[in-house]
Design a protein around this ligand. Structure first.
Ligand code: SF4
Ligand code: SF4
Length: 108
């Protein structure tokens, strides 16, 4: 049953965990790159979506939401913390660090 996770008596549709507003998303992949748990993938149209057992693996750090400059990303458990320039700047720094780290390790 792809796209679903079982948690006790609850069935959670993982795709709802990370769902961009397609009117706002510019498909920049920043949310994909910053996710420390690698639970955000890209669908066939280029939009981010939850992958794997995202609902169980996501640590609810909110980085994906913070880094989204257009404010396109909704997260079931963590709303955009930001709406502030400082939070966005901090998120972009984290993004750059994680991209450098991956590059050094030869990861995509
Ligand atoms: S960071 Fe925002 S705009 Fe960029 S791909 Fe993710 S949801 Fe879309
Ligand atoms: S909240 Fe953190 S762990 Fe969860 S999807 Fe977003 S960046 Fe990844």
């Amino acid at each position: 049953m792809d796209g679903f996770c079982f948690e006790g008596d609850f069935v959670v549709e993982a795709v709802e965990l990370i769902s961009p507003d397609k009117e706002k998303c510019v498909k920049c992949n920043a949310c994909v790159d910053i996710c420390p748990m690698r639970v955000i993938g890209v669908d066939e149209e280029g939009y981010p979506h939850a992958v794997g057992k995202a609902f169980l693996t996501c640590i609810n750090c909110g980085y994906c939401v913070d880094v989204c400059a257009p404010g396109a990303l909704k997260h079931k458990v963590r709303k955009r913390s930001a709406n502030s320039a400082a939070a966005l700047r901090a998120a972009v720094k984290r993004l750059n660090r994680s991209r450098e780290y991956r590059k050094k390790r030869g990861e995509p």
